[in-house]
Design a protein around this ligand. Structure first.
Ligand code: PRP
Ligand code: URA
Length: 213
């Protein structure tokens, strides 16, 4: 894949280890859900290395008062793309328990792979927040591009997108359509099959998270 300044591929040994278990068809729903959360927490740590709104706060240690930099209250909004994105929300809430959550419901048409939006509910004031859009799978990139477009139309200016597994074609599409959005992907897989599934991938993330197949 071409290099994009707005794309970070993690390729971290700890994350790779967890993704190997995630891919395994023998992994249970419970373990799958826990792994998605753990990987998301690890990704969030890196993804928020810069660009998180912070403020100064006075802290009294047992020895003296000092000024410390802390993350601003109510600075982050998590936006999962339903359904599979829901599996990543707790992984961020572990770090930011008070982060508000907006929901965008989308499914891919099985023939055309075009995303269809069926739900959207976003917190008031989202325009000025750092918006973390999450979806474990970035395949053709259609869902991610449409979700980001929808958020921009609502006035959001600071958007980051996080996916656990990306296909080169989808990552390139989002990077090119939204050069102002930083994209974080844990691992880049080989390609898509004729049904739009990522290879080697992990199958249907929503079905594996919620046991629907
Ligand atoms: C999956 C996945 C993404 C989308 C990725 O959702 O969670 O939202 O496909 O594909 P794309 O990059 O080609 O748009 P799906 O449509 O299976 O819905 P679900 O999460 O409700 O199962
Ligand atoms: N959505 C999934 O859940 N898995 C894929 O491989 C592609 C899209």
């Amino acid at each position: 894949m071409k290099h994009y300044d707005n794309v970070v591929i993690f390729d971290h040994p700890l994350i790779r280890h967890k993704i190997a278990i995630l891919r395994d068809e023998a992994t249970s729903m419970k373990e799958f859900r826990e792994l998605v959360e753990e990987i998301t927490t690890l990704m969030t740590y890196e993804c928020l290395k810069d660009g998180v709104p912070t403020t100064e706060r006075e802290v009294k240690t047992p020895l003296e008062v000092c000024t410390q930099r802390v993350v601003k209250d109510n600075a982050i909004v998590i936006v999962p793309i339903l359904r599979a994105g829901l599996g990543m929300v707790n992984g961020i809430h572990v770090l930011f328990p008070s982060a508000r959550v907006g929901h965008i419901g989308m499914y891919r048409d099985e023939e055309t792979f075009e995303p269809q939006t069926y739900y959207c509910k976003l917190p008031d004031g989202i325009e000025d927040k750092l918006v973390l859009v999450v979806d474990p799978m970035l395949a053709t990139g259609g869902s991610a591009c449409d979700a980001i477009r929808l958020l921009k139309a609502r006035g959001c200016k600071h958007i980051k997108f996080m996916a656990i597994i990306g296909a080169p074609v989808g990552v390139s599409r989002v990077a090119e359509e939204h050069p102002d959005v930083n994209i974080y992907v844990s691992t880049l897989d080989r390609e898509l099959n004729e049904k739009g599934y990522i290879l080697p991938g992990l199958g249907d993330a929503g079905d594996r998270l919620f046991g629907t197949k």
